[in-house]
Design a protein around this ligand. Structure first.
Ligand SMILES: *Cc1c(COP(=O)(O)O)cnc(C)c1O
Length: 398
């Protein structure tokens, strides 16, 4: 290890900006839209890119710069850009590169709004796509056309927790000179680093595990410097910049990300083990559970199994909704990656706009429940889930 190359956890903490004249220990918040110059000449040089300096917070800001620097160090990326939300990052990662006539090969199991961008917005600008099944990466090559420019995928997927082999995706992209764009939100750089497998861009919703406490929205695109230059040009002129306040929150959140992820993952594995074999639960999906159909792959490309557990109830949609109604501690919300455990019934909420066949195609059965496992004591989480399943509980009225 090089002398100055600190380890992952240390980079997230010590990668902060130099202190100002006040010698403050914790990074201050730079709530300023613009920055001043001591001379017209330096101002001209800065605008021309011949001198370093921050001009305007739509382009960059000390707080967003610090967040980007830390996130890049953690993900092994050359450069990055911070956006107002995860979706702004997803959109920038597409729009900065695609033009009329281009084709995108995408995993069928992408985030709902990513699906809307691919199916409703990009076609307006003459950009088409083909969906392929996540588990079928060995056969993706057949969907490539002479106009294919990018491969877009998410692993593990939401909410079905299907994995895509990143090494194979990276090799496919390299063979055909395509940009590989991976939404790494579910795993975070703590568990999975797509750039090491040949991805060119790694996209995040900072809103989820990165913030970790359900406070702010934010997004990040990190990757190869040459590509990020295009993302920066797109964002600089279209304006989806992250607010300095959110960057300040998220940069501090990164300091605790790896400690939190270890606990989230530990709790999730224990909940998955509890659910497996529980009466009324027909199937449990968790990447690091040996029964997961892609367990070997999960062990290979994910350091831990992540904070999301999905399971199917035998009674279908009614059982899923009854389970949610019986929870006493866990929250009912569509968010994920919070310190508080959250349960969602995808078929009636996040994925209700999909047609039944579309839900089936991405493995969302009517009885599927998604749990974002929080940082409460695992015994309390298991007790609440257990009583809501109607098993070992007292005083639950049916
Ligand atoms: C939440 C989420 C997004 C969108 O992020 P926002 O911050 O809500 O805009 C994108 N991809 C995945 C996988 C997500 O979970």
């Amino acid at each position: 290890m090089e002398k100055n190359k600190k380890r992952f956890e240390t980079q997230a903490i010590r990668g902060q900006m130099e202190s100002t004249g006040y010698r403050e220990h914790s990074t201050p918040l730079f709530l300023t839209s613009s920055f001043t110059f001591p001379s017209a000449e330096l101002m001209a040089d800065t605008f021309a890119g011949q001198a370093d300096g921050i001009i305007y917070s739509r382009y960059s800001n000390p707080n967003t710069d610090e967040l980007i620097q830390k996130a890049c160090a953690m993900e092994g990326a050359e450069d990055g850009f911070a956006t107002a939300s995860g979706m702004a990052a997803v959109f920038a990662g597409l729009a900065a590169f695609l033009q009329a006539g281009d084709h995108v090969l995408a995993s069928r199991a992408v985030f709902g709004s990513t699906h809307q961008i691919l199916t409703e917005l990009l076609p307006r600008w003459g950009i088409t796509h083909t969906y392929a099944d996540p588990q079928d990466i060995d056969n993706w090559e057949q969907y490539l056309t002479p106009n294919t420019r990018m491969i877009v995928l998410e692993t593990p997927s939401n909410p079905g927790l299907a994995l895509i082999d990143l090494e194979k995706a990276g090799a496919l992209a390299r063979r055909h000179g395509l940009i590989l764009n991976v939404d790494n939100c579910f795993a975070t750089p703590c568990l999975q680093r797509p750039l090491e497998y040949g991805a060119h861009l790694s996209v995040h919703s900072g809103t989820k595990w990165m913030d970790g406490q359900g406070r702010v929205l934010g997004g990040l695109v990190v990757g190869d410097a040459e590509l990020i230059e295009k993302v920066r040009f797109f964002c600089r002129h279209t304006g989806p910049a992250m607010s300095p306040f959110n960057a300040w929150i998220l940069s501090k959140s990164l300091e605790t990300l790896s400690v939190r992820m270890e606990r989230h993952c530990g709790n999730a594995l224990r909940l998955a083990n509890f659910l497996e074999g529980h009466q009324g639960v027909s199937r449990v999906l968790y990447p690091h559970l040996p029964s997961h159909p892609q367990y070997e792959l999960a062990r290979k490309q994910m350091r831990l199994g992540g904070g999301i557990v999905a399971f199917e109830l035998e009674g279908g949609a009614a059982a899923g909704m009854r389970f949610l109604n019986r929870l006493r501690m866990c929250s009912l919300s569509s968010n994920l990656g919070d310190s508080r455990t959250i349960a969602t019934h995808p078929a009636s909420t996040t994925h209700s706009k999909l047609k039944e066949e579309e839900r089936q195609a991405v493995g969302i059965r009517p009885g599927l429940v998604r749990v974002s496992v929080g940082l409460e004591h695992i015994d309390d989480i298991v007790e609440d889930v257990g009583q809501a399943l109607g098993g070992r509980s007292e005083g639950v009225k049916e």
